[in-house]
Design a protein around this ligand. Structure first.
Ligand code: ZN
Length: 73
């Protein structure tokens, strides 16, 4: 399961910069995240939660899953 955009994460504005926003969890700027799950840090609560729910990071292979897992990374 994968969404086109991941934009339902909690955001907060930069102090004194009303037009700039960042993820409330990992503090990555929204323009850097750009709606991609992979834009969040691997330690981000939102990203971890989404991955637990079965969402894949964009950029991963979208081909049928191979169970040939002898090649890590
Ligand atoms: Zn985040």
């Amino acid at each position: 399961m994968k969404r086109l955009f991941y934009i339902d994460y909690p955001q907060e504005s930069y102090e004194g910069q009303m037009h700039r926003y960042r993820c409330a969890f990992c503090k990555e700027e929204t323009t850097k995240i750009n709606g991609n799950l992979e834009g969040h840090l691997p330690t981000c609560e939102y990203r971890i939660r989404m991955e637990k729910e079965g969402h894949d990071c964009a950029g991963k292979s979208i081909e049928p899953a191979s169970h040939d897992t002898d090649d890590y990374d």
